[in-house]
Structure formats: structure tokens, C-alpha cells
Design a binder for this molecule. Sequence first.
Ligand SMILES: Cc1ncc(COP(=O)(O)O)c(C=O)c1O
Length: 398
Amino acid sequence: MEKVLTKLTKRLDSSFYFYDLDALEEHLRYITNNKDESIKLYYACKANPLSSILKLIRNLGIGVDVASKGELTQVVASGVKSCDIISTGPSKSRGYIRTLLEHEINCVVVESIYQLKWLNEQAKELGIKARALLRVQLEWDSQEKSVLGGDEVTAFGLDEATWSTINLSEYENIEAIGFHVFQWGNILDPKRLEEVWDKTCERINTLAETMNITPEVIDLGGGLGIPYQNQDERIDFKDINAALMRLKAKHGLKKIWMELGRFAVGECGLYLSQVIDRKNVRGQEILVLDGGINHIARPALTDQAFPCRVLNQEKKSTQMREFHVHGPLCTSLDKLGIFELPKDCDYGDWLVFTQCGAYGFTESMPFFLCHNLPAEVVSYKGDVMIPRTIKTSADWVE
Ligand SMILES: Cc1ncc(COP(=O)(O)O)c(C=O)c1O
């Protein structure tokens, strides 16, 4: 692996992402081989919409969740069948809903009264019955924060009180097949996930009774974490499957859907960037990289670093020291973390960030300061391919 990466650093000479699709395939096969038939998996495209990842996911029979017209276009272009596409997201215009129906996707996750009205209206115009999941935002008595809101009020879905007032028989062209609830992201403890889902299922069953719906499906979203810190343990999907089966029996669930993002692809990706400068400022040893949050914004958004090492570490000092690693942007937000690295790390070295397959480049702020955009490289069955090469600002600035 180090040899392949070293070759790429010379060839590209600019920051890049690297995805190990063999590892991804093995991981996804493990998941699909260890899940009950009543669980249907979708991939949350927002985690990484690269076409080679989507094609691999398609070939393994995993569906895809899209959250925008752009994602829909990308997923359709990658050959995902319409019956394997669902659509979540709080911003669905009437026109977008029409497009989703014209593509005959499996199911629209309804997140507002307007979405409900427009879905019914557009389905009527097309002379069809649209399948829908109703997205519910639950109130939790917890102070914990989450990228998906947790207990905070967000734009995702509607609360139980609002859904309770809806008379679905007024929406003749909608078939409500169940509910969608997802508010907690990046949870590493299967027991904690089970607790959240247990409470969710209990409350959803009460709501279903009030609304006079017999749900065929409950979609629990994503939320399965990956370890960003060395001491954290990985989730084994067998434990998730076992937890879901317990909940299925306890709450009388028929089908369970999930849209996995981070857990599906997070571990297959690396981000590599070259050290441009080293200095000591007021006692802190600083490395400045070619790329930062313009390529990988998650550390600034979540205050959590990706794990980091130096490429070809065996050639460096065995003595380590603490470095504060910064990106190239003119904002103090552009920090990738504080790491123990060989003490002789210096300009010219490349740093390798791991666990970067999800919420990487497409979650970043690539245009600020007109730096290069990173390339995306995939390795699969012995071939190394560059589906997206480096782009300079000359490619996009007007
Ligand atoms: C509706 C929905 N489903 C699934 C996911 C994927 O979540 P995760 O990456 O935690 O699996 C997201 C992420 O934002 C989401 O918004």
C-alpha cells in the first residue's frame, strides 16, 4: 500500500483521496451476509457520491438514498434501479417531487405538510399512488449533541403532535408504508443504538395507532459509528442484526430499513496531503499542509480529527512529538488536528489521514482561496484508477 501511495504522491503532486474498493466490497459483503432478510439496506449517497462506489453498492444489491436532484442524477447515471432508490431530505420542492415520481423511485420520505400535499398532487397528476414514509422528529430528554440534531429542533421531519393531526385518508394518492426516524449520528456502542431504536419503535407504534396506520416499514436511518480514535472499538454488524431482531420481536416490526453512510464507506478512504511548511509559534510545533478544510471539512464541523500518520513512517525518526496540523486557508478554523508524529516530520513529507471515505470532499469548502481541488483515486482488483484528477482554479473560477 505505501508503495502505491508513494507513487501517487509523485504522479499527482497535490492532495488526493484514495479509496480501497476491495476493502469496501469485503466490508459490505460481510454486512449483507450477516443481515436478516427483513432488513433492507440503502446507502446514504451524501456520504460519498463517487460513481465507482455507487456501482459497487448497486452490484451488491444495496439500495441508495438520495437527498437532492444532483444525487438522484448521479445515482441514476451509476445504474441504480429506480426500485432501489428512496429520497430523504427537508428541501423537496414541488418540481423535485415530480422528478422523483417520474423516475418511479421506491419511496419518498415525507418531511413536511407541503411535501405531503405536493406528493399527493403530483401523484394524482401522474395517475399513480406514491409510496411514502413519514419522517418523525422525536423529542428526547437528553443533552447530547449529534450532527443529526439529537434532541435539538431541526428541519428534519415533523413532530409527533403534528403528524397526529394529519388525516391520511385526505391524501388519496399516497400510500403511507411506514415511518422514518433518524436523529443520532456516529454512535459506536450497539447497546446505545438499541436503546435509541427501542424508544423510537415504542413511540412510533403509539403514533401509528393514533394515525390508524399499520406500518409495513420502519426506517431507522444511519447512525452507526466508526472509530475515529484508536481506543474506540469497531461495530460488528452481527451485533446490529441481533439487536434489530430483538426489536422486531418486541415491537412486532415487519420490515426494517436503514440508510447507512459513515458505517458503509467511512473506513475505505484515505486523504493524503503534503507538508508545505513547519514552524514553532509561541511554543506550538506547527505543520502547514497543502490541503485542509477546503478538502476535508469534518474536523472543523465536528471538532473531531481524522486519525493521521506520516507516509513511509519507517523512514522517519522513531521518536515522536506533538504537532498541530493546519491547512492552507486564511481562517483559524482550518485545523486538521493535533497528532503525535515522528519528530523529524517536515516540508515534503506526506500525511495520511484514515477513516476518510465518508463525509470527505463533498462535505468540504473547496473553492475558498482558489487552491487545487483534490483528486479521487480508486484501487480495485489490482487496478489503480483516477476517476477525478486534480483540478486547478483555472478549471472553475470565472
Ligand atoms: C436521512 C439520512 N439517512 C442516513 C444518513 C447517514 O447517516 P450515517 O452516516 O450516520 O450512517 C444521513 C446522514 O446525514 C441522513 O441524513
